[in-house]
Ligand binder design. Sequence first.
Ligand code: PAF
Length: 281
Amino acid sequence: MIVCESIEALRAERARRTGSLGFVPTMGYLHEGHMALVQRAVAENDHAAVSIFVNPLQFGENEDFGAYPRDLERDLALLSAFVDLIVFTPSVEAMYPHGFQTYVQVEALSQGLEGARRPGHFRGVATVVAKLFNIVQPQRAYFGQKDAQQLAVIRQMVRDLAFPIEVIGVPTVRAADGLALSSRNSYLTPEERAAAPVLYRALCAAQARYAEGERDAEALRATMRAVLAAEPLAHVEYVSVADAETLQECEGRLCGPALLSMAVRIGRARLIDNIVVGVEQ
Ligand code: PAF
């Protein structure tokens, strides 16, 4: 494993490698979900790279940039299992030097769901990912399906700006009780952690109704809300049934694949999760 702290060092390492490179952008505090992305990148390419960068641009003023969990030493120990891996750990100053003023905005796809509750979030994500793509020059890039809107925004950006990169969505990794793995799960107290699988239970309840033939978007939203309402520690920000491609909220009867998603606050943690219905698995 080679750790590069500067853009220059990363470019030099990249230039030494021919063949395909698979890239996993992360904000660190790695868990099994990240490791599943790294394993795919390693298995499907000649070389692989991981970035660890807590991107200030994608956090709102009242969000958790300062508190976001960080443990570089532990992350590097986990990644050291991969012999030829390049790990990129740039500083904020390297990514956003004084005078930085160029941003990437993916328009419609960034508006709803997370974008509506976190203004500027996807502008921050698209900007940092575009810059990382330019620096790392991967052939393939791996993102978790847990952040479904992020994945859609990145795919759109890659199409629109003609990055020669294949974007690969990797299924959400869950704990045995269904909770989607997330660095922010570390905010949960033991009592809150016990409550947190309610998100997945709500999604599964709606998925079951869909499997029984329910196609009314509001009925599916109501199913999810009812499960969440039974958990006193869960404070619902939104529950959504949206078109899986456009991410526009569905009204009336579903006529294609739909993204069932939600954001729920449990204690200090803002948790998101989703399931897609209406596609062949
Ligand atoms: O999903 C994340 O961890 C981040 O949004 C990403 C893609 C690394 C960009 O900072």
